[in-house]
Ligand binder design. Structure first.
Ligand code: TUI
Length: 309
């Protein structure tokens, strides 16, 4: 299936792996790229030198194109922006902010720029600034989210810009992929499904929590702080939401989540840690290799899209 996105990124299948904090490291990114998708190293809050090393390690594992996601709220974002230009990757995606000030540097380095957006206004602004494509991310996604759903956001962004649109949020199988194509997206970005892949280095407890999640197990914390974060319900979210309801300060709430994602991903503490995952967790039921996931999704989607003709 060829689209403007497969051409832009030099990939076989229009499936991009989300740049998930602590999860999207070089082994996962390389596995997705080796399988014909587009793997991404998630810089999240990590220091710039960690990102440099991850890029180098990924290059040892694959000759295929891959990218880096820069979380713009990170104190290291500026330095990472430079590291990415120095090391050279096929594309940069950005999250949680406006990457305009770095775009010229990346474009001069021959890097494709794909901001993640959660609104039409931001998508238009990114196109004007020279973005090569945008990821339109609905609030079904895990982690930091906007307020619109994928099914309403994607077609509105598609209508508003000429550059290719990649759909994200709630997509985890061939049905979601086909639906995204029907909405006008030219690729999908998935996070939650790749968390449980064989190649993902996430603690098995975290994978099991995602695999066992039901449709109603998703919560959004931080709606009062301006940083809404979607994760799976546990003791941590119950405590957070209780404090939030009681009017706790931003600082108190931040303190509660400090290091909590690492606790879940690395230590496997899915009770007290933050288990970020999208609403699609309820339909993620199998641990497979990234290749198996991508081939299964493409096969299912192609069958469904053929029926529409
Ligand atoms: O960035 C994400 N997902 C994330 S980031 C993250 S780590 C984190 N750490 C501390 C606080 C919050 C999160 C976990 N998950 N997705 C991409 C995304 N970007 N979703 C929404 C947006 C977004 C929001 C506002 C993009 C642009 C934007 O523009 C604001 C502006 O500057 O006008």
């Amino acid at each position: 299936m060829k689209t403007r996105v497969t051409k832009l990124l030099g990939i076989e299948y229009p499936i991009i792996q989300g740049g998930m904090a602590w999860v999207a490291e070089h082994r996962l990114a390389a596995a997705v790229s080796e399988a014909g998708g587009f793997g991404i190293i998630g810089a999240a809050n990590a220091p710039a030198e960690w990102v440099r090393e991850e890029i180098r390690k990924a290059k040892e594992l694959t000759d295929k194109p891959f990218g880096v996601n820069i979380m713009l709220l990170s104190q290291h974002a500026e330095e990472i922006a430079k590291v990415v230009a120095e090391e050279g990757v096929k594309a940069v995606t950005t999250g949680a902010g406006n990457p305009e000030k770095y775009m010229e540097m990346w474009k001069n380095a021959g890097i494709r720029v794909i901001p993640v957006v959660a609104s039409v206004a931001m998508a238009k602004r990114m196109q004007r600034a020279g973005a090569d494509a945008v990821v339109a991310e609905g609030m079904e996604s895990g982690g930091h989210i906007g307020s619109q759903t994928t099914i309403t956001l994607v077609p509105q962004v598609v209508d508003a810009v000429d550059i290719p649109v990649i759909a994200a949020g709630g997509i985890a199988d061939g049905r979601g992929f086909a639906a995204a194509r029907m909405l006008g997206a030219e690729a999908v970005q998935m996070g939650t499904r790749f968390i449980v892949s064989e190649e993902s280095v996430v603690h098995q407890n975290y994978k099991d929590r995602v695999l066992k999640a039901k449709d109603i197990d998703s919560e959004v914390t931080g709606t009062t702080t301006g940083h809404p974060v979607r994760c799976l319900r546990n003791q941590m979210t119950r405590e957070y939401l209780k404090k939030e309801k009681e009017g706790a300060s931003f600082e108190e709430l931040e303190l509660l989540t400090l290091g909590s994602l690492r606790k879940a991903v690395v230590e496997g503490d899915t009770v007290h840690g933050t288990v970020m995952a999208g609403q699609s967790a309820g339909m993620v039921v199998k641990q497979q290799t990234c290749r198996e996931m991508i081939l299964e999704i493409m096969e299912q989607a192609e069958e469904l899209l053929k029926c529409q003709a």
